[in-house]
Design a binder for this molecule. Structure first.
Ligand SMILES: *[C@@H]1O[C@H](CO)[C@@H](O)[C@H](O)[C@H]1NC(C)=O
Ligand SMILES: *[C@@H]1O[C@H](CO)[C@@H](O)[C@H](O)[C@H]1NC(C)=O
Length: 369
């Protein structure tokens, strides 16, 4: 049989007495939620207390300091810090009115935790309430181009990140015309500091159809007043496609191709330097004088960081006793494909008319150069 010692029974009765007083007294606190950087007010009121108030003190425990520790004491003479000053705390209550309300400005995530407001009364002792401080952190949003390169396999096109959000942020995409052609992935990680990083990618087959399409990443979080929309124009990157050379005016040629990013052009003459009268400016090759010195095989190379492609241009100037000194300009674009393809294109009428008219049989050109 278990006996209750006299000492224990005395303790029990004292405890019962305190408990009955506590029921009459009440410390009213609250639950505080604030967005990081904002100001938190910890309300603390003692009501129905006819006793003498000795002091009000504040303790807290946070993620970094999980032990309850005293940091602030308010006496009739005024408040003071217990363990180092922190000017962001301010006593906004009233000691004589049993109001221990405290304010904290410039709240950071590390201050999240439980704050305890303690009234020390005579004779009944301490009466307290615990106030949780909940800090909301808006996410840092980033949109990243995943540099899809033209192809036929599904890849990530663009990635939207909402980093360090508390509570976790939500990400959704507005894909407009691409709905059904792209899909989303979503991934969340809980960080050590209690925030969550959410990452969502838009996946699709990087075809030209997707190039330059507008999509939007919409981020929502309880810590943000309004949702955030990040717009992005999808870029599908590819090396220069077929290169074509056009004669834009007499003695002036322009090289054209499709590439992303835009191609850089380089004109050269096969086996020889460009003639003195040639001016090459980006895509354009221009001859200031038309003489038979120009005769030869030229090449335009289009390139970007994904690759290059070139096209050749045969120039053959026929010298004659032409009075206005304009010479017959003959050019032939030597298609990289093959002579067969060239003949096919010629017969099928797919050559630009201008070139067709000035076409010179290949063997004649060969003999002249
Ligand atoms: C305090 O409020 C927050 C958000 O409103 C809630 O998540 C939390 O559970 C509340 N805590 C308590 C102890 O009521
Ligand atoms: C929380 O941790 C994440 C990941 O380490 C970091 O990016 C973020 O800045 C931190 N947030 C705060 C408020 O300390």
């Amino acid at each position: 049989m278990h006996l209750v010692s006299p000492a224990a029974s005395v303790f029990l009765s004292v405890f019962m007495l305190i408990l009955s007083t506590v029921e009459a007294l009440k410390v009213i606190g609250g639950n505080v939620t604030v967005v990081q950087g904002g100001t938190a007010i910890f309300p603390c009121h003692l009501i129905d207390a006819p006793e003498v108030l000795n002091q009000i003190s504040w303790q807290r425990k946070t993620r970094q300091k999980p032990q309850n520790n005293n940091f602030y004491t308010i006496l009739k003479t005024g408040p003071k810090f217990v363990n180092g000053n922190d000017g962001r705390f301010k006593f906004i209550g009233d000691f004589d009115a049993n109001n221990g309300t405290l304010q904290l400005s410039g709240v950071t995530l590390v201050e999240e935790g439980n704050y305890t407001c303690i009234f020390t009364l005579f004779p009944s002792g301490i009466h307290k309430t615990e106030i949780p401080l909940n800090v909301l952190v808006p996410p840092t949003t980033i949109l990243k181009d995943d540099h899809p390169i033209l192809g036929n396999k599904e890849v990530s096109l663009v990635t939207c990140t909402a980093a360090g959000s508390k509570p976790p942020a939500e990400i959704r995409w507005q894909t407009g015309d691409l709905t059904g052609k792209v899909r989303e992935t979503i991934n969340s990680t809980l960080n050590d500091n209690g925030t969550t990083t959410t990452i969502s990618s838009l996946l699709g087959v990087p075809t030209k159809e997707l190039n330059r399409q507008l999509v939007k990443c919409v981020v929502t979080s309880a810590a943000m007043m309004i949702e955030e929309t990040l717009s992005f124009t999808i870029q599908v990157y590819f090396s220069p496609m077929e290169v074509t050379i056009l004669e834009t005016s007499e003695g002036s040629f322009k090289c054209e191709t499709e590439a992303n990013p835009s191609a850089k052009f380089n004109w050269s003459r096969i086996g020889l330097q460009l003639p003195q009268s040639a001016v090459s400016e980006g895509a354009v090759l221009r001859f200031k004088e038309i003489t038979s010195d120009l005769n030869g095989l030229y090449q335009c190379e289009a390139s970007n960081q994904h690759g290059n492609k070139h096209q050749k241009l045969q120039i053959y100037v026929v010298s004659g006793n032409c009075t206005v000194c304009w010479v017959l300009f003959s050019l032939l674009i030597i298609l990289i494909v093959s002579a067969v393809a060239a003949v096919y294109l010629y017969t099928s009428g797919r050559f630009p008319r201008r070139v067709e008219r000035e076409m010179v049989p290949t063997n004649e050109i060969g003999g002249a150069t």
